[in-house]
Design a protein around this ligand. Structure first.
Ligand SMILES: *Cc1c(COP(=O)(O)O)cnc(C)c1O
Length: 446
């Protein structure tokens, strides 16, 4: 069935002539507002390999931004999608429902943390899930304010732009933004002014005093947080901080929304990143890795909160599309059967060991962090001053691309190199990608 070998092969420059031609058409027909990080046009993909229209085979360390966690052309996903397309593609769950939607909600109730009664609602994208989580939180609490964190990323719709911290490219010129959104300092150990040891205590204090002084606990419907921040730089808060935030929210009747759109579904070595801290959020948003590449998102939460909304208050034409639901059920089965949480931990061990060696050799990696197959290196031009090395990061990224490895950067300062391989990638391919990274650093550092 498979005709893609799990091997990197380069037969032209990257991008090749056929990709370059398509990119010209892209420039003529697609809005410049939609960027392409690496303009090689993909023809087919499988496991950890993307094959482009010039016949090059690239190693995939991005998974389409943490989406194809179970690998492209995952056999279970392909079969489930095929079967569902044969049956029907759409009825709209709000018009005439179908069982697959229920099965996804049942799976979410079982997999997400906490043994309380849970319910879900399904949507199309992460941003849509976040919007709806906020709608539910406001309705359930009768309060309006929402607190998000520095370096947070929650999407590109109007409300989620307001929740997102970074101006360029996400917010610049797109205001005015949705009101009643407030921002608290993030527990960012590497850049905490008094050092990582003080970070948990001081960041917790800064968070509570910000909410108390600038918002008022009794006005606050929800606090939204990515348990490991994604676009903001794979920032892992110090041990215990998230648990204290969670407990403090409960004390004040504030709902905790865990945005697990990027960190969920085995990515960090647990089903969800907040499990690592023993945190049980009131509401959780998921998307990206949930459905093997099909567009699906969910809000899952305490049944009484999810039911606080009047009938018809939540929904959308395509939300919980049956093909996407079938793909989600097959993806979840693959994660379970193939124990992809365990695989994520193996990937973490391989990546962090290689990055540590690279750090020792180059002296430009200030911090290596992340969990599971969500690992990053923060690049600095001075280890003591921690000066962000954004240009170097971009140069290394480009050098990886030229060698046929699909890499991504992130971070508020554009100086974080992030790794999000499919969990089905082989050790050999991962090792080869890291060899390429070594070469890319050598080239960029001259
Ligand atoms: C990607 C992302 C979103 C937005 O998801 P879309 O599907 O792109 O709308 C929201 N939150 C987090 C944490 C994300 O990583």
């Amino acid at each position: 069935m498979s005709d893609i070998t799990q091997q990197r092969t380069l037969s032209t420059q990257i991008p090749g002539p056929r990709s370059a031609e398509l990119q010209q058409r892209k420039l003529a027909t697609v809005s410049d507002g939609v960027g392409t990080g690496l303009p090689v046009y993909v023809e087919r993909a499988e496991g950890g390999i993307l094959r482009d229209v010039d016949g090059n085979q690239l190693i995939d360390l991005a998974s389409g931004i943490a989406v194809t966690t179970v690998g492209n052309r995952n056999p279970r996903v392909m079969e489930a999608v095929r079967r569902q397309v044969e049956d029907f593609t759409h009825t709209c769950f709000m018009v005439t429902p179908y069982e697959e939607y229920l099965q996804v909600c049942e799976a979410l109730a079982e997999l997400t943390p906490g043994d309380h009664a849970k319910k879900s609602a399904l949507f199309n994208s992460g941003a849509e899930a976040v919007e709806n989580a906020v709608k539910i939180a406001r309705h359930a609490t009768g309060r309006t304010a929402v607190v998000a964190f520095e370096h947070g990323y929650h999407g590109r719709t109007n409300l989620t732009m307001a929740l997102t911290a970074k101006n360029m490219p996400y917010k610049d010129g797109f205001g005015p933004f949705a009101p009643e959104v407030y921002r608290a300092p993030m527990a960012y150990p590497y850049r905490w002014p008094t050092g990582p040891k003080q970070c948990a205590d001081e960041a917790f204090e800064a968070f509570t005093s910000t909410v108390h002084a600038q918002v008022g606990e009794h006005n606050t419907a929800a606090v939204i947080i990515e348990p490991i921040q994604g676009e903001g730089g794979f920032i892992v808060p110090p041990e215990g901080w998230l648990r204290r935030v969670s407990e403090w929210c409960t004390e004040h009747g504030i709902l905790l929304i865990a945005d697990e759109v990027q960190s969920g579904f085995c990515r960090t070595g647990d089903w969800f990143a907040c499990e690592h801290e023993g945190v049980v959020p009131d509401l959780m948003t998921t998307a990206k890795g949930i459905a093997g590449g099909m567009p699906l998102a969910a809000v899952t939460g305490r049944a009484e909160l999810m039911d606080a909304v009047h009938g018809g208050g939540l929904g959308g034409t395509y939300g919980g599309n049956p093909v996407a639901c079938a793909a989600a059920l097959a993806s979840i089965e693959s994660m379970r059967e193939d124990d992809l949480c365990a695989r994520a931990k193996e990937i973490e061990a391989i990546l962090t060991a290689r990055l540590q060696t690279l750090a020792d050799k180059t002296g430009v990696i200030g911090d290596i962090r992340g969990r599971g197959a969500m690992v990053a290196a923060e690049l600095v031009s001075d280890l003591d001053l921690k000066t962000p090395a954004a240009e170097l990061t971009a140069a290394v990224n480009k050098a990886c691309h030229a060698r046929g490895v699909v890499t991504l950067t992130c971070g508020t300062y554009g100086n974080v190199f992030r790794f999000l391989p499919p969990l089905t990638i082989s050790d050999e391919l991962l090792g080869e990608a890291m060899d390429v990274l070594d070469e890319a650093f050598a080239e960029a550092l001259g």
